[in-house]
Design a protein around this ligand. Structure first.
Ligand SMILES: Cc1ncc(C[n+]2csc(CCOP(=O)(O)OP(=O)(O)O)c2C)c(N)n1
Length: 380
C-alpha cells in the first residue's frame, strides 16, 4: 500500500522537521513540489545530494530538524559530508532514500544494478541505521520515532522507499513561463545534429536527453551516459583533450550541469578548443517527474564565461541557435550554449538500453572513435 505524500510531509512537520532538501528521484515524483507548499517547511532543492546534506547540517546547527530526500545513486555524493562532517560531529539528519535497482524488484536500468544491490550493505558498513518503509502510516510513525531517538544521540537515520510507495506520483505542473519556451529537447538535438560534421563525437547526459539523442540520431559515435549524473561534460572534456583532431559535443541538462558545476572551471582551465558544451535547460528535473531545479535563478552562460569558456551564449529561438552553432563550428572553443527548452517529449521515448548495454555502448563508441581518428586504439 502506498502512502500519500501529504501524509508523510504532515507527519514530518508534526515531528518538528522544518527544513527539507534533496535531489529528486522518480519514486519521489511529487514530494519536492508538495514539500515546497507544505506550511512551515522550508523546502530548498539542492544541486547535489552532498550539498543537501550540508544544508541540512547547517539547519540542524541552528536548532532545526532537517530531512534530505535522495535517490540511492546520489548516496555516493553524500558519503563524504555524511561521514566526515555529520557523523563525526554528531549532527543528525533524516534521510529519505529511494532505492532503484534492488535485486528483489523487476529489472531496472543497468546503471542502478550495483548501487541497487549494495545500498543496504553500504549503510550497514557506515553504521547508519535504516529501515525499509513498509508502505503504511504506522510505518512512517515508527520510523520518525526511531529517528527521534537517534537525533538525541546525534546519529542519522535512513528510511528507504521502493517504487510506488508514495501515492500521488503525478508529474509536477511547471509554472506557465517554462512551458512557453518554443524549442523542445528533440528539436534542439535535431537542429544541432543537422549542422555538425558526421564524425563529431557526441556525449550525452542521463535521462531523457540521452533517450532523445538515441531517438533522433543513434550512431556509434554517441556515448550515452545513463548514470553518473553531472559528469557528462567532464567525460566529453577528457575525450576532447585527448582526441584533439575531433569535434566533441556534450549534450547536458540543467540539473546535470548544476550537480557538478566545478567541471566548468576545470574545462575553462584545460580549454579544449574542440569542445562544444550544450545545456538543454528546461529549469527542472524532467526525467524524474519535472521537479524544479535552481537553474531559473542562475545564469549558467555567465558562469561558463567566468570559468574561461571562449564563448558562452543563451538561446531561446531556433534561428539564434543555428547562428550560434555555426559560429561555434567555425571558431575555437571551448564553447558553451545554454538553450532554454520546454518540457515536451514524444510519448514512449525509446530507452538506450533497449539496444545497448552500457558496456556495448562504450565498446562501440571506442571502436568508432579510433577507427575515425588518428589516435591508436587501446582496448580494455
Ligand atoms: C547522483 C544522482 N542523483 C539523482 C539521480 C536521479 N536523476 C536521474 S535523471 C535526473 C534528472 C536530470 O535533470 P536534467 O539534467 O535537468 O535533465 P532533464 O531530466 O530535465 O532532461 C535525476 C535527478 C541520478 N541519476 N543520479
Amino acid at each position: 500500500m502506498p502512502i500519500q505524500t501529504n501524509v508523510l510531509l504532515s507527519k514530518l512537520r508534526t515531528a518538528g522537521y522544518s527544513l527539507f532538501s534533496g535531489v529528486p528521484c522518480s519514486h519521489f515524483a511529487d514530494l519536492f513540489d508538495k514539500a515546497a507548499r507544505e506550511p512551515g517547511l522550508l523546502a530548498i532543492p539542492a544541486a547535489n545530494e552532498g550539498s543537501a546534506v550540508a544544508l541540512a547540517a547547517g539547519a540542524v546547527l541552528s536548532g532545526r530538524r532537517a530531512v534530505v530526500a535522495l535517490q540511492n545513486s546520489g548516496f555516493g555524493n553524500i558519503i563524504n559530508p555524511l561521514t566526515s562532517l555529520l557523523m563525526v560531529s554528531e549532527i543528525p539528519v533524516l534521510l529519505l532514500l529511494s532505492v532503484r535497482g534492488h535485486p528483489d524488484e523487476p529489472a531496472d536500468e543497468p546503471q542502478h544494478t550495483i548501487m541497487g544491490a549494495k545500498t543496504m550493505a553500504l549503510l550497514d558498513l557506515l553504521s547508519i541505521e535504516w529501515c525499509d518503509f513498509d508502505g503504511t502510516d504506522t510505518g512512517v510513525d515508527r520510523a520518525i520515532a526511531r529517528s527521534d531517538e537517534l537525533f538525541r544521540k546525534g546519529a542519522p537515520f535512513a528510511l528507504l522507499f521502493r517504487s510506488d510507495q508514495l501515492a500521488s506520483c503525478n508529474a509536477v505542473k511547471p509554472p506557465p513561463s517554462m512551458i512557453d519556451y518554443g524549442l523542445s529537447v528533440g528539436e534542439v538535438i535535431d537542429s544541432i545534429c543537422k549542422q555538425i560534421a558526421s564524425d563529431t563525437l557526441i556525449i550525452s547526459t542521463s535521462g531523457f536527453i540521452s533517450r532523445e539523442l538515441f531517438r533522433v540520431w543513434d550512431r556509434p559515435l554517441n556515448l550515452y551516459i545513463q548514470g553518473s549524473l553531472g559528469h557528462c561534460s567532464a567525460v566529453a572534456a577528457g575525450v576532447a583533450l585527448t582526441a584533439p583532431a575531433r569535434t566533441v559535443l556534450a549534450l547536458d541538462g540543467d540539473g546535470s550541469v548544476l550537480m557538478h558545476m566545478g567541471a566548468l572551471s576545470t574545462i575553462g582551465y584545460a580549454s579544449p578548443n574542440n569542445l562544444i558544451h550544450v545545456v538543454l535547460d528546461n529549469e527542472g528535473y524532467v526525467s524524474t517527474g519535472g521537479q524544479l531545479s535552481t537553474s531559473r535563478t542562475s545564469s549558467l552562460n555567465a558562469v561558463a564565461s567566468a570559468c574561461g569558456y571562449r564563448t558562452a551564449a543563451l538561446c531561446k529561438r531556433s534561428d539564434h541557435l543555428i547562428a550560434v552553432t555555426q559560429q561555434c563550428l567555425r571558431t575555437s572553443g571551448p564553447h558553451f550554449i545554454v538553450c532554454k527548452v520546454n518540457r515536451q517529449h514524444p510519448p514512449r521515448l525509446p530507452r538506450v538500453t533497449s539496444r545497448y548495454s552500457p558496456l556495448q555502448n562504450k565498446t562501440t563508441f571506442q571502436q568508432a572513435l579510433h577507427n575515425g581518428g588518428s589516435e591508436p586504439a587501446q582496448a580494455w
